[in-house]
Write a protein that binds this ligand. Structure first.
Ligand code: FAD
Length: 458
């Protein structure tokens, strides 16, 4: 077995792990990154299939995601805005298509009133919640005991208003049915993005993209860290604290360090054997995180035909298989690209189909917004995060009902020399790339300030 001595060992080369390693190198600490996959980036990944560049994972940047914005600038990368000229489309529960230039579609006056009332109530509650310490809200237990779906139903009998508001958090963010997470979890999601109104504002959440693809962020970080410090195809099996050092073992490789940063999805931490075991409550906490699931679909066309019709490409249909689409055409692509999302129960239903039937059903749903032209893309691509052993779903994990008030105080706590980093344990930027950077930088600072990790020996 090969052996390496270093200052800090980082497990996982997603944006959190790479941000940690990058800042540690800047602080002149020696670092080794161990990554199970054959590539860096984790949930930020691009695929070049048939000459089409596909951003399979994280891609959009919101204006308040300042750590991500700063890092993009620091790494010398450029951004561009999402295409959003023209009218949006909405498909209601009866399958009727409505075109609109206003922020909300022209629904019945009573429904619009109920939507506004729900949004106001959620905005007010989300402003009361500190995303870093949601358990400190005076009514935290109560907010964590009721499901988001149950709370919405308790607020209005208007099913269309509920169906309209629910996906802003459920299908659209946590990618779970609204009955599967608490109202407090929904408020944390909103508070982490600046409040419920900001979360529901597409012009903020889906504002910009990185020129050439978001994967350039992890690639550039890896370049700065140095390829010789990053070990791919190295699935970490065990972490043992031994006196004042830590021994991390993967197949064929053993690393001894002063500190370790565990930078993986919290639902995957239990794959690693810890000696001594992590504190019982922390172990249980990891079991209360579960992944949502969403299929991200790209359809590439010879031309952005919707633009000629004065359409933005932005659609919303809470009951549709594809509940939202956007114009995802990159500046250097001569045709037009639509990206769509199939979330939670609709994703379950799609995975029950064969590949061809699934493609037909998904394109059929996209055509319910854009008509028959959408049925024949030049190239079609579905993400498949659920079948990736080192992710197991998308976009991220969230706590089960009641678990925030029971466990979340432990979510970022270190265990001796073991520190944790991942977007899924972030306060600000929770389940987003910005949160991954925040958590990576925080873990690096903790490792640097920990006793015994002085400047690099080299
Ligand atoms: C389809 C999709 C769309 C998204 N869209 C957006 C978006 O538009 N904007 C946005 O901000 N965010 C978006 N996100 C979320 C964002 O991509 C993630 O929050 C972020 O990339 C997570 O980074 P991370 O480093 O915390 O975790 P990960 O990226 O999950 O990194 C964890 C790493 O650990 C590795 N690993 C796991 N187990 C082991 C082990 N035992 N040994 C060694 N290595 C291991 C994994 O292979 C992985 O590389 C999206 C995510 C998905 C999936």
């Amino acid at each position: 077995m090969k052996h390496i001595d270093t200052d800090v060992v980082v497990i996982g080369s997603g944006v959190a792990g790479l941000s940690a390693a990058y800042r540690l190198r800047q602080a002149d600490r020696e670092v080794v990154v161990l990554e199970a996959r054959d590539r860096v980036g984790g949930r930020v990944k691009s695929d070049l299939s048939n000459g089409f560049l596909i951003e399979v994972g994280g891609q959009w940047i919101a204006p308040d995601q300042e750590r991500l914005l700063n890092l993009i600038e620091e790494l010398g990368l450029e951004k561009y805005p999402r295409y959003r000229e023209g009218d949006d489309l909405y498909v209601n529960g009866q399958g009727q298509l409505v075109r609109h230039a206003t922020e909300l579609p022209p629904l019945a006056e009573e429904t619009l009133g109920e939507i506004e009332r729900l949004i106001d109530a959620l905005e007010e509650l989300s402003q009361e919640v500190d995303p870093l310490e949601p358990w400190s809200h005076p009514r935290a237990e109560e907010l964590d005991a009721v499901s988001f779906g149950g709370w919405l139903e308790s607020q209005t009998p208007n099913a269309e208003a509920i169906d309209f508001v629910s996906p802003f958090v459920a299908g659209g963010m946590l990618t779970k049915p609204a009955a599967h997470f608490s109202l407090l979890a929904a408020l944390v999601m909103a508070a982490s993005a600046g409040g419920f109104r900001d979360l529901a504002d597409l012009d903020l959440v889906l504002n910009e993209r990185v020129l050439g693809g978001m994967h350039r962020v992890p690639e550039r970080l890896a370049q700065e860290i140095g390829a010789e410090r990053i070990h791919l195809e190295t699935d970490v099996r065990s972490v043992a604290v031994d006196g004042d050092s830590v021994r991390v073992e993967a197949d064929g490789l053993s690393v001894r360090a002063r500190e370790v940063i565990v930078a993986l999805g919290p639902h995957l931490v239990s794959r690693i054997e810890f000696t001594p075991p992590l504190p019982p409550k922390k172990q249980q906490m990891f079991q209360h995180f579960s992944m949502g699931n969403v299929i991200k679909v790209h359809a590439f066309y010879d031309a952005p035909f919707w633009r000629k019709q004065g359409l933005s490409g932005t659609t919303y249909g809470p009951s549709e298989i594809v509940h939202e689409t956007y114009d995802n055409t990159a500046p250097d692509y001569p045709g037009g690209t639509l990206v769509g999302f199939v979330s939670d129960r609709q994703a379950d239903a799609m995975y029950a189909l064969g590949e061809n039937e699934r493609r037909q059903a998904i394109l059929g749903s996209i055509s319910s917004y854009f008509g028959a032209e959408a049925l024949e893309p030049a190239f079609y691509y579905e993400s498949d995060w659920i079948n990736e052993e080192y992710t197991r779903g998308a976009y991220g994990t969230s706590f089960s009902i009641g678990a925030i008030t029971r466990y979340a105080e432990l979510v970022r706590s270190s265990v001796g020399p073991i520190h944790f980093a991942c977007s899924d344990i972030a306060g600000l930027g929770y389940t987003h790339i910005d949160g991954a950077i925040r958590m990576g930088e925080r873990a690096a600072a903790l490792a640097v300030s920990a006793a015994g990790v002085g400047p690099s020996r080299s």
